[in-house]
Design a protein. Structure first.
Length: 179
């Protein structure tokens, strides 16, 4: 099956809006930052989120993050957020990467493919070790993370914290500014 990971551009098509509406406001700890009532409001949100990737206009306490969409056979099936470094808060919950697959496309391997692509992008940013968090009872996400080499480092307050080593990055390129 043909899959492609695409970075957020402005504008995005209506199919992205329909996907995020299907996903809803979020679940299992994932906050759907694209979920907004009305297509015109959605279109106005995209440039703001695109600017976040460059660190422009970030709300206090936020770090730059880039949004990516996974397409399968030309249809968006999920999306992920790649945070460029960690804050103390993101070390507790959130991590470097958050992702979600639309409900009608779950259980087909898209989550594993999406995370693999996001890990490649993390490595390109210079992240040596990626932190992912998920709810303890989210077995689907736990499998996706483990399928991508994740090793659970900690279970705390019903949150699992996984680390994935990204070996193709030299220490000088490490962008985790919270160390």
């Amino acid at each position: 099956m043909a899959m492609e990971l695409r970075e957020l551009t402005v504008p995005e098509g209506r199919e992205i809006y329909e996907m995020v509406r299907e996903i809803g406001s979020g679940e299992n700890g994932f906050v759907n930052s694209l979920y907004i009532a009305g297509y015109s409001k959605f279109l106005k949100l995209l440039p703001v989120l695109r600017d976040y990737s460059a660190g422009t206009g970030l709300p206090p306490g936020h770090v730059p993050q880039t949004l990516y969409f996974l397409y399968a056979e030309g249809r968006p099936v999920g999306y992920g957020k790649l945070r460029h470094w960690l804050t103390d808060s993101l070390r507790v919950t959130g991590g470097h990467i958050g992702y979600c697959i639309r409900p009608t496309a779950r259980g087909m391997g898209y989550g594993t493919a999406l995370l693999a692509g996001l890990l490649d992008k993390a490595s390109e940013l210079g992240i040596r070790r990626a932190l992912l968090t998920c709810n303890e009872d989210n077995m689907g996400s736990r499998r996706v993370i483990e399928n991508n080499g994740g090793s659970m480092a900690e279970l705390d307050n019903r949150y699992c914290r996984y680390w994935i080593d990204l070996l193709d990055v030299s220490p000088a390129e490490d962008r985790d500014k919270s160390k």
